[in-house]
Design a protein around this ligand. Structure first.
Ligand code: GN1
Ligand code: MG
Length: 357
């Protein structure tokens, strides 16, 4: 029995496993699909949990269980069909927990959602549906009584991310600060630091609440059915208290970008207004029972904040010597930084023109 089979054996009968194959392209965790003997479609998903990023695995799984149980109960009460394809379900291991520790490594297994696909691009129609889905997701969790831990403290706190960038600049382990382009990005980022920290200031002034958010609302963290309808929200690791800006802004960062997150050709990168408007309409519909005026008014700021914050995070990782994000080639984090910055500039210009409302 190979290593992956031995791990999976804590969750399912190993005699029935046919093959375990790579799945997806996340930047943090490694994911596999589990094929069972005599079945054509994958049955389960095996995931290695990156415990350098998610240091408290017990809290991580508790958060996810609370959220998925809560959503499942509401779907059941509403008499929804096909619930197993609409909300993730994690298997209990022979330890009684939804994860195991094997040596120094953590693993978990969930059901594979059949006949589903991920997409890297959206249409205005699917952007509207995504807005509804993430809005509904927040709305479903608005009355969750059990606490949800802040799994990565200060995850979307831009002041904290800027501080981490300062630390990277001081440490400069690979001497990357010698580069003129790198120095230029430091300058451009710092010039806008105060303006971009608006959310944290509103929070300190007691004007802006935190809510239970998904905090990684990239397009490829949704499953669609064959007809292109949103089926299920996945990648629940980063669910935590945050500003609604997280879910709104991070979705548009990937969905409204006409280029790739790491596009080396900056000419491909623009902020697509049709996607913005469609997503906004869906999101406002999904959140209408709770969204406050201060949250609504600042959604254009959120659209700007996320490419800015992601540029800061990729850039700090580049200066730190690529210790956080998986990279495919040595300059990858710098290419990502340029691409996110270009997107940020595009949104910023449109915000200043009054195009984002
Ligand atoms: C990471 O693993 P993945 O690709 O779902 C990151 C997000 C970033 C994203 C950039 C825990 O998400 O915050 O936006 O990469 N997740 C974590 O693509 O840092
Ligand atoms: Mg992901």
């Amino acid at each position: 029995m190979n290593a992956l089979n031995a791990i999976t054996a804590h969750f399912v009968n190993p005699e029935l496993i046919d093959a375990i194959l790579p799945l997806g392209n996340g930047l943090i965790n490694d994911t596999y699909k589990i094929m069972m003997k005599g079945e054509e479609k994958p049955k389960y998903v095996l995931q290695h949990i990156n415990d350098k990023v998610f240091t408290n695995v017990e809290m991580l799984q508790r958060n996810i269980e609370r959220v998925t149980d809560h959503i499942r109960r509401k779907y059941e009460a509403a008499g929804l069909s096909d619930i197993n394809r609409r909300v993730l379900h994690f298997l209990k291991a022979d330890t009684g927990k939804t994860y195991i520790k094997e040596g120094e490594e953590y693993w978990r297994v969930m059901d594979f959602i059949t006949d589903s696909v991920t997409q890297d691009a959206v249409t205005p129609q699917s952007a509207y549906d995504a807005g509804r889905s993430f809005g509904d997701f927040e709305s479903l969790l608005a009355d969750l009584k059990e606490p949800i831990g802040e799994i990565i403290p200060n995850f979307h706190n831009i002041e904290f991310r800027l501080k981490q960038l300062d630390e990277a600049i001081s440490a400069d382990p690979l001497g990357r600060m010698k580069d003129v382009e790198v120095q230029d990005y430091v300058k451009k980022i710092k010039e806008l630091a105060y303006e971009m920290s608006l959310g944290e200031r509103l929070y300190r002034e007691g004007k802006l609440p935190k809510r239970i958010c998904h905090c990684d609302t990239k397009v490829n963290n949704m499953l669609f059915d064959k007809e292109g309808n949103v089926l299920c929200i996945i990648d629940l690791d980063t669910i935590m208290p945050s500003f609604v800006f997280s879910d709104f802004g991070d979705f548009l960062r990937s969905a409204a970008n006409t280029g790739a997150e790491d596009d080396p050709d900056l000419g491909n990168i623009h902020f697509n207004m049709d996607i913005y408007h469609a997503f906004l309409d869906g999101y406002l519909e999904g959140t209408k029972t709770f969204l406050l005026p201060i949250e609504r008014e600042n959604l254009p700021y959120a659209a700007k904040l996320f490419p800015y914050m992601q540029a800061v995070r990729f850039f700090a990782d580049y200066i730190n010597g690529d210790t956080y994000y998986k990279i495919q080639y040595p300059e990858h984090n710098m290419v990502r930084t340029r691409a996110q910055w270009r997107l940020f500039e595009s949104v910023k210009r449109k915000t200043e023109n009054g195009e984002l409302q």
